[in-house]
Design a protein. Sequence first.
Length: 493
Amino acid sequence: MGSRIFWALCVGFLCGVFVRSFVPVGWSFVALLALFGSATLVFQFIDREKAQTYTVVAVTLFACAAGIARMHVAVATGDPSLTADLGKNVILGGIILQEPDARDTTTLVTLDVSTLVGANVPVHAGVLVQLPAHARVAYGEHVQVSGTLKLPEAFDTGLGRQFEYPEYLAAQGIQYQLGYAKIDSILGQGGDPIKKFSIRTKELFLQGLDYVLPDPEAALAGGITVGDKRSVGPDLSRDFQRDSLVHMIVLSGYNITVVLNAVARLLAWAPRSLQFGGSIATVVFFICMSGGASSATRAGLMALIAVFARATHRTYLGERVLASASLVMVAWDPWTLCFDPSFQLSALATLGLILFTPTFAGWFSRVPEKLGAREILASTCATQLMVLPLLLYQNGTLSLVALPANLLALLPVPWAMFFSLVAALAGMLFGGIAAMVALPAYALLWYVISVAHLFASLPFAAISIPAFSAWWIFLAYATLLGSFAAFKKKTAG
């Protein structure tokens, strides 16, 4: 019964958020669902034989009402004073909420605006500020910037697909953009000390990599170790996308697992409290370094639950942990569910790992376990199968070389992460004269990049799929999960 209540709570809440994300229902509909839930609870006293079923249905209705209410509250209306100045050149003051996103031609800064110069009323809104490349700003600084205020707009991504950019930014608490902006002044320092320490450590780490490794190897090393967002270059990015290797250059559950395993081995001699404390600190540190990226946060939450389960000798059920982490993240920011591609792909990939990996591992029983080949092959098949419908809907790229490319590229990743760490530490301590120490890291990173280039250069490495209706996604996942349930029932029988 407890399991059914748990799933009713999770599914009901997520369905409520999903419905309100696309259908403008309001408080009257929330009240109606709550009324139906209350009526259903009454029925359990009338028909005692079906009391548990009525309870589950009632919990689902109440949770769905809560999900709709949460999303309804989260719908951003903007700030009236800022909305009145759309299209004008304004001067805004506020604090930088995230690590600046430095790109080739621009630096993007998320600003929590508290001041509109010239206005006599307080303002509050999230603004994405577009600064010149190499702008000298940092997380936590109080700044005053000027530029043209505008609303985000959706844009075409090719093959008839449109990216809902306003909703994507809303998931990050951003309602406005400030284009062609410049920094007028830096007024002071603020921000969370732990996050500032994490970001500063990350900057020193990346600086160490730059001392001893050339690009794109240094950029790839930063991506697989600390989730650095800097570009690996348009050509290599395109290769990683054609090979379905993009997950390697973001901080994901795989990267955090590798680090946690290394921490566990390093602290194997220590008291149990220190072991678990070190694991928790590592997870929190990586989440802070990623800037709270949804994929890293989801992986971090699941890792924290795993650490807690290990400490209390409780059973760790992957699908329940994934549901719990998703519920917490969506309750905190309901825009994440439908408008954050990173969260969607991360959650689906993890679900694929949980559901399908054991089955694929059984099918690949003849593949040797040496170097983790069987595990990588099974997990790659599981994740690719689960994310494929959504990937095709989002970008229309069907990689025909994803399986061999992932199998060959992922094999050396744990060692590449370890030697990248060694290289970064050597660079931080000794600068460029420690380049020889970085040779193992360079060789492994060069190998991964070469694999990506090789498979991406093959004829028909990827094909483009025209845009299609979102209804096909539901049909695809219903067919996939239904077929899996039928297969499991057949094998169990």
